[in-house]
Design a protein around this ligand. Structure first.
Ligand SMILES: Nc1nc2c(ncn2[C@@H]2O[C@H](COP(=O)(O)OP(=O)(O)OP(=O)(O)O)[C@@H](O)[C@H]2O)c(=O)[nH]1
Length: 510
């Protein structure tokens, strides 16, 4: 196709432009345009004209995909595609085309403007909190929290903020932050909701949820989490509709060192679950996790199947896996699953890509069921219990030091940390130690996630994080290619320059 033809095909009336809204070239605009650029005329005179046309084409395709994504977020039918699009957005971030969504980033920014409005006031009154409350309301609605929840929240915060006695040394804006923090904690359930375990015999955990929300991944993540608690687990593959789900579970099971029970795709899910439980009992497993099939939307067949599986294994926990990026829709789903099959809680996945926070804030209030775990990444270690107080602090931009310390403890032994400290204090910290340190940090999770846990670091932009990640990789590669000889020469040069710096600091003249 010539370049001119390619451009004319973009006209809304052309058949190519009227094709299915989520075709692969819409989802991969860069690939589409690069093919187009290659097929353009090589004539030098036309190059600059073509360049600007390609640029406008990039923009046009980009706007199309953005608006499609927005529509996908609004429409439940397109939400599955939205989730795929989000994944693509993150994968493409290396190309610098897209900005990575930060956990609760949008909500945190929205709330900040509320505190700023209270600078310079002496006391919180009904009048002076009116405008900040409007900002909080707007921020929550933009975060996709449901309207009745927002109304109750605003009422409660306004009442408590005005009625609170002034504490010496605490400014009114800090006082409002405290009230909002307490209310957010309450909204998300107050206390952490632990898993229940059966008093005798194995504990059965049944996982349910729509297609692609992350059920299969959660099975393995949960098994790893329980393994770290000292529990022995078995996974049961009762998703018979997507053959790849069984393979996926087998691979993930191997990865976390947990056996997987499966009978292929011909058996009935309730029978597989029953046989799996029998096998788990004979192997004296503590916990049996049952993976079930998802559907594009809630339907009768799915609910009936889940009811049958539930009846067959009598689970201690029935957890609904929901995608955080679906916002308040996730809370609605938890309600309807609870009404139909009776669940004990929810697992919120893909929180790492959720800049809004509507699901985390609405699930408990709308459905009455607690969020028990949150998935914050694609790695098998990225599942954590849901702590409402820590989440509230993250939302308010105060970081989450406790989670940070727990993550560090997972990857670093106390003795190693002490040895490292000694090395730093005696100036014996070398490139190998630095490399070891960066590898440990990488094990703790993505840079953006770690930075979000450090108080005051929420202002670091995604671009700065990307730059830091790039520089770190570059340094790692430099250290890895060094021969021992080169390594010692560079160490000496650095030591000499460090000494010179120190001497300069103590005012020695050169
Ligand atoms: N970023 C991110 N991705 C996740 C998370 N949890 C799951 N995923 C990804 O979501 C995709 C779908 O996960 P699956 O576990 O296959 O979903 P499923 O619900 O079992 O899918 P079906 O069996 O088709 O219903 C995979 O690419 C996972 O890596 C998470 O917490 N964060």
């Amino acid at each position: 196709m010539s370049f001119a033809q390619s451009l004319s095909s973009l006209h809304p009336s052309s058949p190519r432009a009227r094709r299915s809204p989520l075709s692969s070239s819409d989802l991969y605009p860069m690939e589409a345009t690069s093919t187009l650029a290659l097929s353009s005329s090589p004539a030098a005179a036309r190059r600059s004209q073509e360049k600007s046309a390609v640029a406008s084409l990039h923009l046009r395709r980009f706007l199309t995909t953005s608006s499609l994504h927005l529509r996908a977020v609004q429409s439940p039918a397109l939400r599955a595609h939205s989730s795929a699009f989000q994944g693509w957005r993150r994968r493409r971030r290396a190309g610098g085309l897209v900005v990575r969504a930060e956990m609760f980033g949008q909500l945190t920014t929205g709330l900040e403007s509320a505190w700023n409005k209270l600078r310079g006031v002496d006391v919180l009154t009904k009048e002076n909190i009116a405008e900040p409350m409007r900002d909080i309301r707007r921020a929550l609605l933009e975060a996709d929290v449901s309207l009745p929840v927002v109304r109750r929240f605003i009422e409660s915060v306004s009442e408590k903020a005005v009625g609170t006695d002034v504490i010496r040394g605490v400014s009114p804006d800090q006082q409002l932050v405290k009230v909002v923090n307490d209310e957010l904690v309450q909204l998300m359930g107050g206390e952490v909701s632990d898993l229940s375990f059966a008093k005798s015999g194995p504990t059965v955990i049944l996982l349910a949820g729509l297609q692609g929300v992350g059920k299969t991944t959660v099975c393995a993540k949960l098994a790893l989490y329980l393994k770290k608690m000292g529990k022995s687990c078995m996974l049961v593959a009762a998703d018979v509709y997507r053959p790849a789900a069984i393979d996926q579970l087998n691979i993930l099971g191997k990865k976390v060192g947990v056996p997987v029970y499966s009978e292929g795709t011909d058996a009935k899910p309730s029978q597989i679950a029953k046989n799996g439980l029998k096998e788990g009992k004979s192997q004296k497993k503590d916990v049996i996790i049952v993976d079930t099939a998802g559907r594009l939307q809630v339907d009768k067949a799915m609910m009936n199947e889940l009811k049958e599986v539930k009846k067959a294994v009598n689970p201690t926990e029935v957890l609904l896996v929901v995608d955080a990026m679906t916002g308040q829709e996730a809370a609605g789903l938890v309600s309807s699953f609870n009404d139909e099959i009776g669940i004990t809680g929810a697992i919120l996945t893909k929180l790492d890509g959720d800049s809004r926070g509507g699901a985390a804030l609405s699930v408990k209030e709308v459905s009455g069921k607690p969020i028990k775990f949150v998935g914050q990444g694609e790695r098998i270690e990225d599942l954590e219990p849901f702590y409402p107080d820590r989440m509230a602090q993250r939302i308010l931009g105060m970081g989450d030091v406790l989670s940070f310390v727990e993550k560090a403890q997972e990857v670093m032994r106390q003795e190693d940390a002490e040895e490292l400290q000694k090395k730093i204090l005696s100036a014996k910290f070398n490139f190998n130690d630095f490399l070891k340190q960066t590898q440990m940090i990488a094990k703790m999770g993505s840079f953006s996630r770690l930075i979000g846990m450090i108080p005051g670091m929420n202002k670091v932009t995604p671009a700065q994080i990307r730059e830091a990640e790039k520089n770190l990789k570059f340094m790692e590669s430099m250290i890895n290619v060094m021969t021992p000889g080169l390594f010692s020469i560079i160490t000496h040069i650095i030591n000499i320059s460090f000494c010179m710096h120190r001497l300069k600091f103590y005012n020695y003249a050169f």
